[in-house]
Structures are given as structure tokens and as C-alpha cells.
Design a protein around this ligand. Sequence first.
Ligand SMILES: NC(=O)c1ccc[n+]([C@@H]2O[C@H](COP(=O)([O-])OP(=O)(O)OC[C@H]3O[C@@H](n4cnc5c(N)ncnc54)[C@H](O)[C@@H]3O)[C@@H](O)[C@H]2O)c1
Length: 321
Amino acid sequence: MKTSKLAIIGVGHVGSEVLENAALSGLFGEIVAIDTRSERAAAEALDQMHASGMLGRANVRIYGGGYDDIADADVIVIAATHIWPHGEVPADRQALLGNNAAIIRQIMGDISRVTRDAVLVFITNPLDTVVYIAATEFGYPKEKIIGTGCVLDSSRLRFLLGRRYGLDPKAVNAFMMGEHGYTAFPLLGSAQIATVPYAELPEYFGQDNWTADEVREKVVQAAYEVFHPKDGVTDAAVAQAATEILRSIVLDEKAVFSAATYIDGELGQHDTVFSIPVVVGANGVEKKLPPKLNAWEQAKLAESAAAIRANIDLAKKLKQG
Ligand SMILES: NC(=O)c1ccc[n+]([C@@H]2O[C@H](COP(=O)([O-])OP(=O)(O)OC[C@H]3O[C@@H](n4cnc5c(N)ncnc54)[C@H](O)[C@@H]3O)[C@@H](O)[C@H]2O)c1
């Protein structure tokens, strides 16, 4: 019987955290780690295998490998990124494009040589533009290309609102959408706790609501409360976001995430990528659920789409040299 097989390309801070989550998840019988630092990939894999003598761990086959090892992978996570000298990673995700566009083109070229069957889950920034490059330049099935995008931002939103009202974040039904970056925005028009719409929460919790602009700012800035003290890294929460997506693919759960997907006509936007709620199953993005937006949300979507468009245009220029 064939067990599910995962490949992780780029096993730095984020990729190695995904590796650990995946090893612990019980979802995979085989995991291959790939990195230009091949000894590092092999060592991350071995480190995980060294835990396999313990009762809490399933005996998963984990090893460092290359692209020939991923022809039969079911899912591939891409968390590779340019390594910055002295670890000085730019805080602006868009500043990563110059180097990461070339890295993603190399990785997508190598993946598409050996498979077009695996579902690809992208984490690399600038996330939306990276997903656009992957979805449009290699003839890879677009529905099999997903970016973690606003899955992380939506979890940050639920965490912040949960903390404000003294609730488990999972009691908050709310999504962020748009760019995974400065212009991401909350869908408060449709947010609710149990049956209570966001606008009516003050009646129940006895305090004023944050405005949509305040919520947006708090969620976007939340990334930097981790990024700066951790010397340019956020890894635990995004690795969990990727792991939730992996579970929905492998178990065909049809879970709904605000994930980055190729957009062609949804919400009046064409030939671009941003996060909207989507159903994720064994075939990748199986259904898009574009939300009905209020006036504030429509204005924010226009800003977000323009920011992503500028970055996509830059990626195209970089390709032309
Ligand atoms: N989408 C999100 O929500 C989110 C959140 C956090 C981080 N990120 C992004 O994830 C990426 C990884 O971050 P990190 O902190 O793990 O970086 P890192 O520098 O720790 O690791 C990057 C790894 O990629 C490897 N690599 C570079 N080029 C490669 C190539 N061509 N093929 C294979 N491997 C290659 C490097 O050797 C390194 O091991 C970054 O782009 C970061 O911005 C995204």
C-alpha cells in the first residue's frame, strides 16, 4: 500500500518547522527534504529520524533528497528563500522578489520536469507574486497551486479578536483576504462569534469594537511583533497554517481557508493571485468562495489588487531581464 508522500523544498526556519509538524502529524509515511544546502536538508531529516526510537513518534521515512525523489510526491511545500548576508532579512516582503523570483522559477522548472500531479503549497514571499509565477509560467494545473497567504493572517485575526473578548480564537469565525502583506484586510462585514455579527458584539461584551481600519492595522503589525525580536523570522504559526492545508489535502477534508489562489474573474479581478476563502481537498483548490464585500472591503480589495499587480509586473520585467 502506498502511504502519502510529502516533499519540502527549502528547509530553513520555516521548512524545518513544517518538517517537524508533518513528522508528528501521522499524515505521511515518507517525507523528503530538499535544499540547495543539501547537507543541511539531510541533517534536518536525520534529526527527525533520531526521534523515531521514541514511543510518541511514528516510524516515518524522512531523508534529504533531490527532484528525482519527488516524482511520486502527493504534496510539495515550497519554503525556499534567498539567504541574506548576516541574516538581515528585509521587513518588507516585496523586497524579497528580486532574488526569490529566480529561485521560484528554478524550483518550478525542476518540479514540473518530474510531476504535474502533486499539490503545491507555497510559503515563500512575496507570497502572492510567487504563487502567480508558479501558476502562470509552467503549465502546471492552477488548482493544484496554493499559497498559505491569508491563512496565517486569518489566524492572527482570530487570535486578536479572541483575546479582546476573552474567547478561544476558534470561536471567532472571521477571515482576512487580499495580499499576504501590508494591504491584507479583514472581512468584518461577515465576521461573527457564534450567531452574533461583529457589529453587534458590543451589546454582548460591553465594550466598543475596534474599527475595520484598527483591526486591519493590528493584524498586519502582528507579524512584526514576532519578526523583529526573532531576527527576521516568523516560523511557528505559518508552519501550522501549512500543516492544516496539508491535512485537508491528504485527508480530502474540504476545509475552508483564506488561501492564495489564481484569480480569473472572481470579484471583478483578472489574471492575478490573492487570498479568498477556498475549499481545499485532495485535488487542491476545489472551489472558490468569493465573499460579498461591503464598500470598505471593496475599496481595500482595490488597494490590495493594485499592490499585487505592481509586484507581478515587476516579476515579469525581471523575467525579461
Ligand atoms: N507566507 C507566510 O505567511 C510566511 C511566513 C513566514 C515566512 N515566510 C517566508 O518563508 C520563506 C522561508 O523563510 P525562512 O525563515 O525559513 O528562511 P531561511 O533563510 O531560514 O530558509 C530558507 C531556506 O531556503 C533554502 N534555499 C534557498 N534557495 C533554494 C533553492 N533554490 N532550492 C532549495 N532551497 C533553497 C536555503 O538554503 C534555506 O535553507 C521566506 O520567503 C519567508 O519570507 C512566509
